[in-house]
Ligand binder design. Structure first.
Ligand code: HEC
Ligand code: HEC
Length: 373
C-alpha cells in the first residue's frame, strides 16, 4: 500500500513536473519571442552587416591599395604574392581574412565560393551551396538564404552574389589556366560570398519564423571580421612590404604614395559601411588620442574606456537614441598587439601619451547599429 501510494505520488509529481515544464516552455518561448523582438537582430541583418564589412574592406583594398599603388609606384597584385614580393589579389585578401575570422571559434564562417572556381578549394561543398550559387542573379544583391541544422543547432546561411564589376575580373578569370569557364562577361556572377551565422538553441517549432540573434553576438561577429581584416592587412601587406623595402605605411598615404596605416584601413572600412544604407557605425577612440576627434565623445564612451581597461575580456555594452532610432553600442578594448603600435603612437608628435608598452590598452573600438527599441 505504502509502495503504491509512493508510486502514484511519484507519478503525479512527475506529471506535475511535466506540466510545469510545458508551462515554462510556452511561457519562456513567448517571452523569448517578445524579448527577442525588442532586443534581437534578424539573422538576415546580421549576415548583411558582416557582408558589408567584408565587401567594404575588399573594395578599399582593391581601390586604395592595389589600384592606386599600381598606378603610382607600379606595385602589382599577383597570385604568387609571397614569392614575388607583390600584393595579394583582392580575392586572396578576402579569403585570408575569412579564414582568420572563421578560425576564431566563435562560430562565424565566411567563404568565397564559385561554380567554376580557379581554386578548387573554393568549390561549393554541399548541394545546397551549388543550388544557392546557381540561384544568384546578376541583377540583384539579394542573397540566397536558408536554415541548416546540424547536431541540433541551427545555422542561418546566406550566399551573396559576387559580380564581375570591372573588366579586370572578367579578363583575369577568363584567361586563368585553372578556370574552367572562359566566357565571363562584365556583370556576370563569378561566385558568391557565403556567410554562416550560428543560431544557438532555436526551438524546432520556431522554424520558419524570423530568427533573431542577440545584438552582442552580432557585434562580436562584426568585431571579429574587422579585426581579421586589419590583422591580414598588417601581417600580409604592411609588414611584408616594409621588410622588403618596397613601400611603407604612412599617415599621409595619399600625398606620399604610401600604404594607409592599419588604423586608417579599419576606419576607412568603417566609413564605407556607414556610407551604405546599413547604418553600421564604427570608431576608434582613446583617452590619449593622436587625432583629437577620436577622444571619447560622451559619458558612455568615457565610462566604456574605463570599464574595458578594468575588465578587458568583455566589451562594454549600451544603448543610445539618435532621433527616433535606438542604437546598440559595444566598445571593445584595443590593445597594442605589436611593436609597431607602440613605436608609432609613442613617437607621434600629436600623441598625448609617450609611454605605451606592448600589450597595453591603447583605446577602444566602438561598433554600433540600430535595434528595435
Ligand atoms: C589578377 C587576377 C584576378 C582578378 C583581377 C580577379 N580575380 Fe577572382 N580570383 C583570382 C584567383 C587567382 C582566384 C583564386 C584564389 C584562391 O583561392 O587561391 C580567384 C577567386 C575568385 C573567386 C572564388 C572562386 C574561384 O574562382 O576560385 C571569386 C568569386 C572571384 N575570384 C571573383 C572575382 C571578382 C568579382 C573580381 C573582380 C572584382 C575578381 N575575382 C578579380 C584571380 C583574379
Ligand atoms: C605608423 C603609425 C601607427 C601605427 C603603426 C598604429 N597607429 Fe594607431 N593611430 C595612428 C594615427 C596617425 C592615428 C590617428 C588616425 C586618425 O586620424 O584618426 C591612430 C589612431 C589610433 C586610435 C584612435 C585614437 C587615436 O590615437 O587617435 C587607436 C585606439 C589606435 N590608433 C590604436 C592602434 C593600435 C592598437 C595599433 C597596432 C595594432 C596602432 N594603433 C598602430 C598611427 C599609428
Amino acid at each position: 500500500m505504502e509502495k503504491t501510494m509512493g508510486a502514484i505520488r511519484l507519478r503525479s509529481v512527475a506529471l506535475a513536473a511535466l506540466l510545469f515544464v510545458c508551462l515554462i516552455f510556452t511561457v519562456s518561448s513567448s517571452v523569448l519571442a517578445q524579448g527577442n523582438e525588442s532586443s534581437g537582430i534578424p539573422a538576415r541583418s546580421a549576415a548583411d552587416y558582416i557582408h558589408s564589412v567584408v565587401t567594404a574592406s575588399r573594395a578599399f583594398y582593391a581601390k586604395q591599395v592595389v589600384e592606386r599603388l599600381g598606378n603610382e609606384i607600379a606595385l602589382r597584385a599577383t597570385e604568387n604574392w609571397e614569392e614575388e614580393n607583390t600584393l595579394p589579389l583582392p580575392a586572396q585578401f578576402l579569403k585570408l581574412s575569412a579564414e582568420n575570422s572563421s578560425e576564431l571559434g566563435i562560430g562565424l564562417k565566411i567563404r568565397l565560393i564559385g561554380l567554376n572556381p580557379i581554386n578548387q578549394e573554393n568549390a561549393a561543398v554541399t548541394d545546397l551551396e551549388t543550388l544557392g550559387l546557381r540561384g544568384l542573379s546578376k541583377d540583384s544583391d539579394e542573397p540566397f538564404t536558408l536554415m541548416l541544422q546540424k547536431e541540433g543547432t541551427w545555422t542561418f546561411q546566406a550566399i551573396y552574389p559576387d559580380v564581375a564589376i570591372s573588366q579586370s575580373c572578367v579578363n583575369c578569370h577568363n584567361e586563368h589556366p585553372n578556370s574552367s569557364k572562359k566566357d565571363y562577361q562584365l556583370g556576370d556572377v563569378i561566385g558568391g560570398i557565403l556567410i554562416n551565422v550560428p543560431l544557438s538553441n532555436v526551438p524546432l517549432a520556431e522554424k520558419g519564423k524570423v530568427f533573431l540573434v542577440p545584438p552582442q553576438i552580432v557585434s562580436d561577429y562584426i568585431h571579429a571580421t574587422l579585426e581579421s581584416d586589419r590583422y591580414v592587412y598588417t601581417e600580409h601587406v604592411v609588414k611584408r612590404m616594409a621588410a622588403a623595402d618596397i613601400v611603407e605605411a604612412k599617415e599621409f598615404w595619399i600625398d606620399e604614395n604610401a600604404l594607409p596605416l592599419p588604423d586608417q584601413f579599419l576606419l576607412n572600412t568603417g566609413r564605407l559601411t556607414r556610407g551604405s544604407k546599413m547604418r553600421l557605425n564604427l570608431r576608434l577612440i582613446s583617452q590619449w588620442p593622436i587625432n583629437f576627434n577620436n577622444s571619447p565623445a560622451n559619458e558612455f564612451e568615457r565610462n566604456a574606456l574605463g570599464m574595458v581597461s578594468d575588465n578587458p575580456l568583455r566589451p562594454y555594452l549600451g544603448r543610445t537614441r539618435r532621433g527616433r532610432t535606438t542604437y546598440f553600442q559595444a566598445v571593445y578594448p584595443d590593445f597594442a598587439v605589436s611593436d609597431a603600435c607602440v613605436d608609432c603612437h609613442n613617437s607621434h608628435p600629436k600623441s598625448s601619451r609617450k609611454d605605451h608598452q606592448l600589450d597595453d590598452l591603447m583605446g577602444g573600438m566602438i561598433i554600433s547599429f540600430p535595434v528595435k527599441k
